[in-house]
Design a protein around this ligand. Structure first.
Ligand SMILES: C[S@@+](CC[C@H](N)C(=O)[O-])C[C@H]1O[C@@H](n2cnc3c(N)ncnc32)[C@H](O)[C@@H]1O
Length: 373
């Protein structure tokens, strides 16, 4: 078997079908899981992404007719992955259109006949949101929560979630600093309307391409401990764990989760590799190895014999020390039981996963590690 894969997709379109829905830091280029699946998967197989983030692997697995299981510690990720990878019926499309007409009416009467709004109680709301924005978000979510069809309701929740950072005082999706953006009246409602129109077309395009009856399963769980999944129940794993000391996924999505009534603390305390752990709590670098080992042991347990795991992971800096993660993994992998089929490394500065210049510091590489049970 040839385990060579090109994982430089710098100029590839990453926004087709549902891949463009909702911002999420450090997404896979969809061509990566797609090319792996085309080369290595076969009919009826089950694909797992234990750090599924925005659901890129799951969308590609379902498009190619495979069963897909996604796990993430972040509850928003489970909801987003579900919405992106679940096809909708024509009936559900009609319900979306009808709700859109309702939003349109709200927009045109907002200045003149605005209803009495009791703003949702959220910790920190006054610091992070203008009053007019909080009123509009509260109102639209009250309406969304009354939608009967759960898929349509989840679709609109994801639409609202997608605009939260844009209309808040949070600087950006990967910077948790306050900034005044002077959001005008009616702007949040209009943005929800425009996004919902755009996203519903994308989902209907995706839905037409899903032809078989394979399953999609999503778990909001910690991938160091996946006892709810059976031994040897997975054929292929395609995943990308966090790059240590680089992001705080739970933090960037904190207000999205508060608005949507999703739990914040589970992700805060169980996210591995977060900046909180290594820059704020100053944990030692070997904690990263301990956590990764637990995740790799679970991946090994879940894979069938000869099953393959494709893991994209980046080097990191903890307490000024460069952690070359391919070496760390090579050291502990024999203990877990995997054979290493290939490690393909590339300079981080050449990749689409870059989110700020310091991340691509000289010497840091990104690796595609291919393992066989
Ligand atoms: C690099 S992102 C994955 C992005 C994904 N490949 C995509 O295309 O959207 C890493 C993910 O790992 C998740 N994560 C961190 N700690 C976790 C844990 N203990 N168990 C499961 N997921 C975790 C984060 O919430 C984040 O969504």
């Amino acid at each position: 078997m040839n385990y060579n894969i090109n994982f430089d997709f710098t100029n590839a379109d990453a926004m087709y079908l549902t891949h463009s829905l909702h911002p999420y830091p450090a997404k896979f280029p969809p061509q990566l899981p797609k090319s792996i699946l085309k080369k290595f998967a076969s009919k009826g197989q089950t694909i797992l992404d234990p750090f599924c983030g925005s659901g890129t692997t799951l969308v590609e697995a379902r498009l190619l007719g495979y069963n897909a299981i996604g796990v993430d510690v972040n509850g928003l990720s489970s909801l987003l992955s579900k919405v992106k990878a679940t096809p909708l019926s024509e009936q559900e499309h009609k319900s979306i259109k009808s709700f859109l007409s309702k939003i349109k009416k709200e927009i045109s009467s907002w200045e003149t006949k605005r209803p009495e709004i009791k703003i949702k109680k959220i910790e920190g709301i006054e610091h992070w949101f203008q009053k007019n924005v909080s009123e509009e978000l509260t109102h639209i979510l009250n309406l969304i929560n009354k939608i009967d069809d759960v898929n349509v309701r989840d679709f609109f929740k994801i639409v609202v979630s997608s605009i939260i950072v844009r209309v808040s005082n949070q600087e950006s999706d990967t910077r948790f600093a306050a900034k005044n953006k002077n959001i005008p009246n009616n702007y949040a409602l209009k943005l929800v309307y425009d996004r919902a129109n755009e996203y519903s077309e994308k989902i209907m395009e995706y839905s037409k391409d899903i032809i078989d009856s394979g399953f999609l399963k999503l778990l909001n769980a910690d991938s160091r401990n996946l006892t709810m999944l059976e031994n040897k129940s997975v054929d292929i794993i395609i995943t990308s764990p966090p790059y240590a000391n680089t992001y705080d996924y739970y933090l960037y999505h904190k207000f999205r989760k508060r608005w949507l009534d999703l739990d914040v603390h589970f992700a805060q305390y169980n996210e591995i590799g977060s900046r909180r752990e290594y820059s704020s709590l100053k944990k030692p670098a070997n904690q990263w190895t301990i956590d990764l080992k637990k995740c790799f042991a679970e991946m090994y347990r879940l894979l069938k014999k000869d099953g393959l795991a494709f893991i994209v992971i980046g080097d990191s800096v903890i307490k000024k020390e460069l952690i070359k993660i391919d070496g760390v993994i090579q050291d502990f992998i024999p203990e877990i039981g995997f054979d290493i089929c290939n490690i393909i490394s590339s300079d981080l500065s050449r990749h689409s996963k870059i989110f700020n210049p310091t991340f691509a510091q000289k010497g840091k590489k990104e690796h595609l590690i291919i393992l066989r049970k």
